[in-house]
Design a binder for this molecule. Structure first.
Ligand SMILES: Cc1cc2nc3c(=O)[nH]c(=O)nc-3n(C[C@H](O)[C@H](O)[C@H](O)COP(=O)(O)OP(=O)(O)OC[C@H]3O[C@@H](n4cnc5c(N)ncnc54)[C@H](O)[C@@H]3O)c2cc1C
Length: 444
């Protein structure tokens, strides 16, 4: 694959990817498979990733936690079943294909899937600038004033790359309630494993976990299993954990075809579909895990020594970080009680929100079309709708739930979406709408 030549900033790349998580990794694979075709017009690409090396939600690589999507929805198979970048090729190369088949599961552990992703990412080392956070995009104008390329810059103004198309694959950001500040003993689940490792290795007595979604239940299970002397208090406002609907018909909401259906639907239908099927993904837990937690609670009742406490219809009203722990106040609505819980650490499993690209877009932001609530308007091919002055492509991988539906931030469609973005880049290149006038590119 042609690589970026930093010595030649006037020769823009075809594509620059911001972020190198699974979404842009799937795109890198699609590009390479395109370029490997002898008759292809090669597409030049570079990716910038703020982490020092590839990593997929490392803070939650809990031993035994499994994927919530079939391994067949890997980085490539749905787009090209014969791809050498699929999960089965990985297993074959690792010498585990027969063992995995005997395992009879569609849902590998996250630790194994992470290894698969690292295996794939390692094949793109020369195309990724790790430890590079893109802070802003700066327009590059041709003589006629139109914007024909974009410079991606770091916070100190270093040029990462100049490209005719930018693909923003920046993933999700941890979400915390407004009044919560993290500290040495107050964490979001995204940093769970790293923070636990850094805790002084005293005897741990109590952990409090806030939330009732998958990450919350996984954190509760992990803490209860890993610290056999500690109490774990699960605090949430629901009456109980609700299970994730992964039944066959509901699961079709993650199919590639569902993206078409969702995209074409009127706004009120979109809202309805998101409400109906939110329970496939949001604030829900795998049934196996719910049953495991219930089994533990019940066993502790039998033995008379309870360590796992479910504080339902409850919420944290205050917390104070102390030198050797946290004091947490919990109100329980059902019984109108207030409990004070000194603990070793308070873990917020309060979910994620898509990264907001607005700040990054900088001067380009006013040229991007938005809808009534201020969300970016995005075409079916994931290209942001812009004024005619902006001739280069800005594509979103993620942050498109309002236009493309519930699979936007998930892995389900990453292989297909990557192929659709590549097709769009090629289409625009042929029609000349993302082709810069080569003379006198000027930055502003
Ligand atoms: C614990 C956990 C488990 C999950 N399990 C599943 C699952 O089983 N199945 C499923 O479908 N989904 C799952 N998800 C949803 C998750 O969003 C996807 O798995 C996946 O991470 C989406 O890939 P992505 O590339 O869009 O985002 P990410 O994986 O978040 O990758 C984005 C990357 O962009 C980088 N980045 C961000 N901003 C910049 C910038 N300005 N400059 C440079 N780099 C930047 C980040 O460092 C990151 O590496 C899970 C999420 C979590 C938190």
């Amino acid at each position: 694959m042609p690589t970026f030549d930093p010595a030649s900033p006037d020769a823009p790349l075809d594509l620059l990817g911001v972020g190198f998580g699974p979404a842009n990794l799937a795109l890198a694979i699609a590009l390479r498979e395109h370029n490997d075709h002898p008759a292809a017009h090669p597409v030049t690409a570079l990716f910038a990733e703020s982490q020092q090396c590839f990593g997929w939600h490392r803070g939650m690589l809990i031993e035994g936690a499994t994927m919530q999507v079939s391994f067949l929805k890997d980085l490539a198979t749905m787009r090209r079943p014969t791809s050498e970048y699929g999960f089965l090729s990985y297993l074959h190369e690792r010498g585990r294909l027969a063992d995995f088949i005997n395992h009879k599961t569609m849902f590998p552990t996250r630790v194994e899937f992470h290894d698969y992703l690292e295996w794939a990412a390692a094949r793109f080392g020369s195309q990724v600038r790790y430890g590079t956070r893109v802070e802003t995009l700066r327009p590059v104008r041709a003589d006629d004033g139109t914007i024909v390329a974009v410079d991606a810059l770091t916070s100190d103004g270093t040029l990462v790359g100049r490209a005719r198309n930018v693909v923003l694959g920046m993933g999700l950001r941890p979400y915390l309630p407004e009044d919560v500040r993290t500290g040495e003993r107050i964490w979001h689940t995204s940093e769970l494993l790293g923070r636990l490792q850094a805790l002084p290795s005293l005897r741990h007595r109590r952990f409090v976990v806030v939330g009732a979604g998958q990450s919350a239940a996984e954190a509760v299970e992990h803490l209860h299993r890993s610290y056999p002397e500690a109490e774990v208090h699960a605090v949430f406002s629901r009456y109980g954990y609700s299970h994730a609907d992964d039944s066959a018909f509901a699961n079709r909401i993650f199919d590639p075809g569902a993206v078409d259906d969702f995209y074409d639907a009127p706004e009120h239908v979109k809202q309805r579909l998101l409400a109906y099927h939110g329970n496939t993904n949001y604030s829900v837990v795998d049934l196996d895990l719910i049953e495991e937690l219930y089994r533990r609670v019940y066993q502790e009742k039998v033995s008379g020594s309870a360590r796992l406490h479910i504080l339902n219809t409850s919420h944290v009203t205050a917390h104070e970080e102390l030198p050797d722990g946290v004091r947490v106040e919990v109100d329980t609505a059902g019984s109108s009680t207030r409990t004070s819980l000194p603990c070793d650490a308070l873990v917020y499993a309060t979910g994620y929100r898509p990264a907001d690209p607005t700040a990054l877009l900088g001067e380009l932001a006013p040229l991007c079309e938005t809808d009534e609530p201020g969300r970016l308007k995005v075409a079916r091919d994931y290209r942001v709708l812009t004024s005619a002055e902006l001739r280069c492509g800005i594509y979103l991988q993620g942050g498109t739930e309002h236009t493309h539906g519930i699979s936007s931030s998930l892995l389900s469609n990453s292989a297909i979406r990557a192929g659709e973005i590549l097709d769009s880049v090629m289409r625009h290149r042929q029609s000349g709408t993302a082709e810069p006038a080569r003379s006198h590119l000027a930055t502003r």
